[in-house]
Design a protein around this ligand. Structure first.
Ligand code: HEM
Length: 467
């Protein structure tokens, strides 16, 4: 009988505490135990972690027959609902994947860049010049506005302000590490218990209340869009209202609501964080920034910009790993992992594999250019893999490119402190420890885009806020 992989002998609660700094903890375990090791976190099934792409692909090969991804994300059900792509497996997952994918790919999003650039430009014009500020907050504001317009299709400013306020409250409430690390059973009790519902300081209670407020606005919006019957609508909600499955059946209001919240939950923080890291890295690598500026000024095909975005997601992956619950035993190298365990391709290790990415701590977009591309691309897994590969990867990459370009057209950014920002855990993501703090400076005249009024779609006029 093949052995189990090596791993920490510490009790589960001590291993769980180490998750305050997951990147360092995983790196320590990899150094100590090799490319496959096991872990035990409080309240979760036993886990096996792999740190290279070859082993990750063995895990992805079990997708659909041998493992489940949705079961592991059951903790999201209270706010994304029962019909979410994130939390489902099997036929329901497949039905939804087929309905949702076309709304986020190819021609469906081809018309978005101009609108994204306009949203970004409006926010950038409100940035302070010459004083430090947290870039991440602005990236969150811009990506939220993009989601409101391109996913939810909100055009009415009053409805937009209501939804914006409710979504921000939900993002804050559902993003706390306390909630993420609460064992599933305790969470499930707290979410259903009338006693817990009366304790507003509990993270579960705060998240449930925030989700209810969002529902109120969303069901209104779905019903309005059904009545409108606009066949030309290009936003995701408009497309979902028109979508039909293989049996010709439309999605119910509840299914659409669940998928809209899924896109928000999976797409908002991730893209904002990816952008924050891109600027955090660019500010600390002036040569890369200079080469990128030159490419953007020449107005050529954005090959280097594409490599910068990839290198940013490689060197600072937004999500450190995403696992599969094994339904059957799985052979990984010389080990056999039993059914019931969780197998995790750990992106934060795979993307630092020095056999694929020499000097992995260096920020070097050239890895993704010319002859190097093939090898670098093979291990490039910040969006996961297999059948559950991120459905929003194309949209996220395009959004990151457009917003990065727009920021660099408007301002010159410098870091307040040359030391890199630490990778801190926030929800399932790794965010810059100081929120990507930056100082913005005016661009020289010749680089500045034409002046337009400084109105911000996100920080609305006081009368509209909270209405
Ligand atoms: C930089 C931004 C993003 C990153 C790094 C990211 C990363 C990921 C990762 C690692 C997964 C898990 C894949 C797996 O299990 O193998 C995932 C799944 C998912 N992502 Fe993203 N994502 C990003 C942006 C987005 C956006 C913009 C959307 C939608 C608008 C989105 C929607 C989803 C959904 C719905 C899933 C679940 C797919 C399924 O299980 O079938 N993501 N993402």
């Amino acid at each position: 009988m093949p052995p189990l992989p090596p791993g920490s002998r510490q009790p589960a609660f001590l291993q769980t505490i180490q998750m305050r700094d997951p990147v360092r903890y995983f790196e320590t375990l990899r150094r100590r135990h090799g490319p496959v090791f096991r872990m035990k976190l409080l309240g979760f099934p036993p886990q096996v972690v792999v740190s290279n792409a070859e082993l990750a692909n063995r895990i992805y090969a079990t997708d659909g027959d041998g493992s489940r991804a949705g079961a592991l994300r059951a903790g999201y059900v209270p706010w994304v609902g029962e019909h979410s792509l994130l939390t489902n497996d099997g036929e329901e997952w497949w039905r939804h994947r087929k309905l949702l994918s076309p709304t986020l790919h190819g021609r469906s999003i081809a018309g978005y860049p101009d609108m994204i650039a306009e949203i970004a430009a409006q926010d950038i014009r409100t940035w302070p010049l010459g004083t430090p500020f947290a870039l991440r907050e602005h990236m969150q504001a811009i990506t939220l506005e993009v989601t409101l317009r391109l996913v939810f299709g909100v055009a009415d400013p009053h409805q937009g302000a209501r939804l914006r306020a409710a979504l921000m409250a939900l993002s804050k409430a559902s993003g706390s590490p306390a909630l993420f690390l609460t064992p599933a059973r305790l969470r499930s009790w707290a979410e259903k218990s009338p006693l817990a519902a009366r304790l507003p300081f509990l993270p579960t209670t705060r998240a449930m209340q925030a989700a209810k407020a969002v529902d109120h606005v969303l069901f209104d919006e779905i019903s309005r869009r059904r009545n409108e019957q606009d066949d030309e609508a290009t936003d995701v909600l408009g497309r979902l209202v028109r979508a039909r499955d293989d049996e010709g059946q439309p999605m119910s209001d509840q299914e659409i609501r669940d998928e809209l919240l899924t896109l928000l939950e999976a797409g908002l923080e991730t893209t904002a964080t990816g952008l924050s890291w891109t600027f955090e890295r660019l500010m600390r690598n002036p040569e890369v920034l200079g080469r990128l500026q030159e490419e953007l000024e020449r107005g050529e095909e954005e090959v280097y910009l594409d490599a910068v975005i990839k290198e940013s997601l490689r060197s600072r992956p937004v999500i450190f790993g995403m696992g599969r619950l094994l339904d059957k035993p799985l052979r990984l190298a010389e080990y056999e992992i039993p059914a019931g365990w969780v197998a995790i391709p750990m992106f934060s290790l795979i993307l630092q594999d020095s056999t694929v990415y020499p000097d992995p701590e260096e920020f070097r977009p050239e890895r993704f250019l010319g002859d190097n591309t093939k090898a670098a691309q093979k291990s490039f897994l910040p969006f996961g893999g297999g059948r559950r590969y991120c459905v929003g990867a194309q949209l996220a990459t395009m959004e990151m490119k457009v917003i990065t370009r727009e920021v660099l057209r408007h301002v010159r950014l410098t870091a307040v402190d040359p030391a890199p920002e630490a990778q801190r855990m926030w929800h399932a993501t790794l965010v810059p420890g100081r929120q990507a703090v930056a100082v913005a400076h005016e661009q020289p005249l010749e680089r500045r885009p034409s002046a337009e009024p400084a109105t911000c779609p996100v920080h609305q006029a006081p009368a509209e806020q909270g209405s």
